[in-house]
Ligand binder design. Structure first.
Ligand code: ADP
Ligand code: MG
Length: 912
């Protein structure tokens, strides 16, 4: 979660790139200012912060009040300047008195903290003359601080460190537990002398981009050949090392160059152990003072170390990992990253990530890349290898993106980006580096999808169409309710696709309960009226059955229109061989009109007589191949895929650039919104007694959702297994069921079915409960540790209730030390629109949260974390322009791009 300042900084930047339309934040900056102000105030650590927050919030309102583009531009510039402390605070703000609430104001730590063992690499090895060192360090630190102040005040004029006092930096946080980072920032100037000696580079508005050396095709090809050589070709890499690298997915030199760090640690901003509290996610540098193996219950052998960083001790327990005693020893310095906890009154970390301290990292600027590792490969060895590769290749690698595109999009050179990725000069540099690398991937992926679509559409499909009158008659015959406008407009999109000989490839996106099935039924109707077959595939057999019952009931009514009763078959793996054979025969000879089923539909034996339309429900549950396989059952049939995943439009267009998009953005009338409340753990007793017990008494049912299946060391969250026991004892008069992802599909189906049939009153479950099974009698859903889920996913969960005529409730239980987590959840109380929630989440937390519910099958998942709406739109725009101008990528400036696209298409032949 970014800090409030950082978020605002981003929002302003986005506003600027979007042309000052006041759309960067849904609802506009004016409305956002109040929410933002409240959040920012909680994070303030100095009275000056409050002053700045006050001023910025006022400016946001002013921004909204003016329509003048130039004035908005000027306001944003000014706000940025203020955020980065490039201009002094104006009147009347600097005349007002600001005071922090007592608990927010923290005293400056006493000087002995300066003695922090960590970041001086050589001094520590010899015994220290502690007092003298202390004095010296303290002196240096003071010097550093006063220098900082001077720079801060003189602003732009002073070169060395214009950012040091900037609000973004003071507020900046790099992980979720925000309060902690705030503290890290607070500690920074006093912590170490390394900090003081650092030379920060000036803030980077634009990445540097010198003219590019012209590379001719031949030499580019040579270089690329070199890059694609196996890692074994490098000197010093033997078979063993190569094998370890392969395990990380590194096969070629190019893979080394592009190997992405998992995260970055800022060694200059560590917290001393003494200042750690419970439940913080931190990185600590310390020395091992004690190490032992402890034998616990069930003969479990834990490896326990006591580390000390000269401010205090901390115990670290590696559960059941006694073998670590061979790798970690007394006297070694380690970097530990994990979550603090209190165990028997002592501060402890369980199973932290660890590595031996590499003194090299202390000497570097301070931002250290942390790479994914595999057993037996040390971080140090990997870093050394990467460094070597970067040094040689970063300057040589030919840049596939035309210079004009880089210029337009304000992107860095590839070589520069790769250097910065592995050895960032600062957070801004890293930002530009990632931006460039992600842009490349987005762009190439888009080009691949556009090309796939073009290829696929070359084979004509059969046009099917009905007149408007026929369609209206169909609607009034089949549906007991009038369709919503949104449903009608989606059906129109589909009808116009179906009437062409280019195959339809459309994504229908609509919130849970928005009535996608009716749209699907209408499309099936078009196929039936044209005497062709249709198929609908759902991810689970219980969903397939639900569709089968619903659809056959409704379609039976069209007998008068067709002249015969349509034959509809259900095909799942539960059929006996003879039943299955009968359906296979009916599909092949055309006596079955509509097939509804699961994966069983795409088995080898299934053949259709004249399949014209294939529909996939909950399409994110299927892989790319399965979509392709269903399509393969006909001669290029029209394809409709449906999803309830509320991903923002820009993101949908990226993940499915090869699909056309229809959105149902309107609910059928008469729905009562689900009452949603964020509560804390203390309120649970009341929830159980006052809500759940009451609903159960009325004969209703409840879902309780947990983020974990079983307890996990190091994650402070209750698990479904624990919850199951708890619910059974609290609600012992009722029947409680348990459903989780580790069960076999058939088992899951059975339990879901039992819950639907009211064999259970309470279902304790995990995120598997997400898919759209109708249990109209369920009226309560409780989501434990709700802050561990993204808003979009929470919204999906919430859609499990409110499907009947009863009023329904959703409770989000959250005990996060971070207030922002709760603020975020409160958006759930406010909004019932899944798209809106997804958008908010994307802006607040980045796209990573959408990961839990997305399976696009095109590898974009890896990028989600750093993907921004702005970048997605840029890449989309550029890809379309390039594709329109030069679809085969034959122009010289597209040559390298063409190669990449070709390689990617080759490895995933069909993405649509
Ligand atoms: P989803 O989009 O989640 O698949 P469904 O298609 O299952 O939603 O529809 C949810 C419910 O809304 C169903 O019970 C359906 O009968 C009902 N429904 C669909 N369209 C309308 C409408 N236009 N008016 C009233 N009810 C509708
Ligand atoms: Mg549905």
């Amino acid at each position: 979660m970014p800090s409030a300042m950082e978020t605002l900084n981003k929002v302003l930047r986005l506003e600027k790139t979007q042309g000052f339309q006041n759309k960067a934040m849904s609802g506009g900056l004016g409305a956002y200012s109040a929410i933002w102000k409240a959040q920012a105030q909680l994070q303030a650590r100095k009275p000056e912060h409050l002053m700045l927050i006050d001023e910025l919030a006022d400016l946001m309102v002013r921004y909204e009040q003016t329509d003048e583009r130039s004035e908005r531009d000027a306001l944003i510039r000014y706000m940025m300047d203020r955020i980065h402390n490039r201009v002094p605070p104006p009147e009347p703000y600097n005349q007002r008195r600001y005071e922090l609430p007592a608990e927010q104001a923290r005293p400056t730590p006493p000087p002995n903290l300066l003695d922090a063992d960590a970041p001086t690499s050589t001094a520590r090895l010899k015994p220290r003359d502690t007092n003298r060192d202390r004095e010296r360090d303290a002196g240096k630190a003071k010097e550093g601080m006063s220098q900082r102040k001077r720079i801060g005040r003189s602003g732009r004029g002073a070169q060395p460190d214009p950012e040091s006092d900037s609000a973004v930096k003071l507020f900046r946080k790099r992980d979720e537990r925000s309060a902690l980072n705030m503290e890290r920032e607070l500690d920074a100037p006093t912590l170490t002398k390394v900090q003081v000696e650092l030379e920060s580079l000036p803030r980077l508005e634009r990445p540097p981009r010198g003219a590019r050396a012209a590379v001719n095709t031949d030499s580019a090809a040579n270089i690329l050949r070199g890059l694609r050589a196996p890692v074994e070709n490098m000197s010093g890499i033997g078979p063993k090392m190569a094998y370890l690298l392969n395990r990380l997915g590194i096969f070629t030199i190019e893979d080394v160059l592009f190997f992405r760090p998992r995260r970055y640690d800022d060694y200059t901003r560590m917290l001393p152990i003494r200042r750690l509290r419970e439940n913080q996610s931190v990185t600590v540098i310390a020395t091992i003072r004690e190490a032992r193996v402890e034998i616990g219950r069930n003969n479990r052998k834990d490896f326990v170390i006591i580390v000390n960083d000269s401010t205090s001790d901390m115990q670290v327990r590696f559960w059941g990992q006694h073998w670590l005693s061979r790798q970690l020893d007394i006297g070694q310095q380690v970097v530990l990253r994990g979550v603090t906890e209190i165990f028997r009154n002592r501060l402890q970390m369980s199973n932290p990530e660890w590595e031996l301290l590499d003194p090299e990292n202390l000497r570097s600027v301070g931002i250290v890349p942390i790479y994914p590792l595999t057993a037996e490969l040390s971080a140090r060895a990997l870093r050394r290898l990467i460094k070597q590769v970067v040094e040689y290749w970063a300057e040589r690698i030919p840049d596939p993106i035309p210079e004009a595109v880089l210029e337009r999009c304000n992107l860095a050179n590839l070589g520069w980006a790769l250097r910065q990725l592995h050895n960032p000069d600062g957070w801004d540099h890293l930002y530009h580096a990632k931006r460039r690398l992600i842009f490349d991937q987005l762009l190439i992926m888009q080009l691949v999808m556009l090309e796939n679509r073009r290829t696929w559409q070359r084979v004509p499909s059969r046009p099917i169409l009905v007149s408007d009158e026929e369609m209206e008659t169909f609607f009034s015959t089949v549906f007991p309710y009038p369709l919503t406008n949104a449903q009608r407009s989606a059906i129109n999109d589909i009808r116009s696709d179906l009437s062409r000989d280019v195959p339809m490839n459309r994504l229908l996106q609509g919130d849970v309960g928005s009535g996608k099935t009716a749209v699907a039924i209408s499309a099936i109707g078009v196929a039936l009226l044209n005497k062709t077959q249709a198929a609908l595939m759902a991810p689970t057999s219980i969903l397939a059955e639900q569709h089968y019952q619903n659809i056959s009931g409704l379609l039976a009514k069209i007998e008068p229109l067709l002249g015969y009763k349509p034959v509809i078959a259900l095909l799942t793996s539960a059929l006996s061989p003879s039943e299955r054979e009968a359906i296979y025969r009916g599909l092949a000879d055309g006596s079955i009109d509509v097939a509804i089923g699961t994966h069983a539909l795409i088995q080898d034996g299934v053949e259709f007589h004249n399949l014209a339309l294939a529909i996939i429900d909950e399409q994110h549950r299927f892989g790319v191949e399965q979509r392709g396989a269903l399509r393969g059952k006909g001669r290029n049939p029209h394809l409709l895929v449906m999803t309830a995943t509320p991903i923002p439009r820009t993101m949908a267009l990226t993940m499915y650039a090869d699909l056309d998009l229809s959105i149902i953005d309107e609910m059928p009338p008469g729905r009562t919104p689900i009452k949603t409340r964020v509560i804390s753990k203390n309120d649970r007793e009341r929830l159980y007694q006052e809500v759940i017990a009451e609903e159960l008494k009325l004969g209703r049912q409840a879902f309780i959702v947990y983020s974990l299946v079983e307890p996990s060391a190091g994650i402070d969250a209750e698990s479904a297994l624990e919850g199951y026991e708890k619910m059974r004892s609290i609600f012992h008069k009722y029947k409680v069921g348990l459903l989780h992802g580790r069960m076999k599909p058939s088992e899951k189906d059975e339990i879901m079915r039992a819950f639907r049939d009211h064999d259970f009153d309470i279902l304790v479950t995990t995120s598997v409960a997400e898919v759209g099974v109708d249990v109209p009698n369920a009226t309560v859903i409780v989501i434990e540790d709700a802050n561990r889920f993204g808003l979009a996913q929470l919204h999906q969960f919430r859609g499990r209730v409110g499907r009947g005529q009863h009023a329904s409730y959703c409770f989000l239980v959250c005990e996060s030390p971070v207030e922002e987590a709760k603020d975020r959840l409160r958006a759930m109380e406010q909004f019932s629109d899944g798209f809106k929630l997804a958008e908010i989440d994307w802006k607040l937390r980045g796209a990573g949260d959408l990961l839990g519910i997305q399976q696009s099958g095109n590898g974009i998942e890896a990028l989600l974390e750093d993907m921004t709406p702005e970048l997605v739109e840029l890449a989309q725009h550029e890809a379309r322009a390039i594709h329109a101008e030069d679809p085969d990528l034959l122009l010289p400036e597209h040559h390298l791009l063409g190669q990449r696209v070709f390689i990617l298409r080759d490895t995933r032949s069909d993405v649509s």
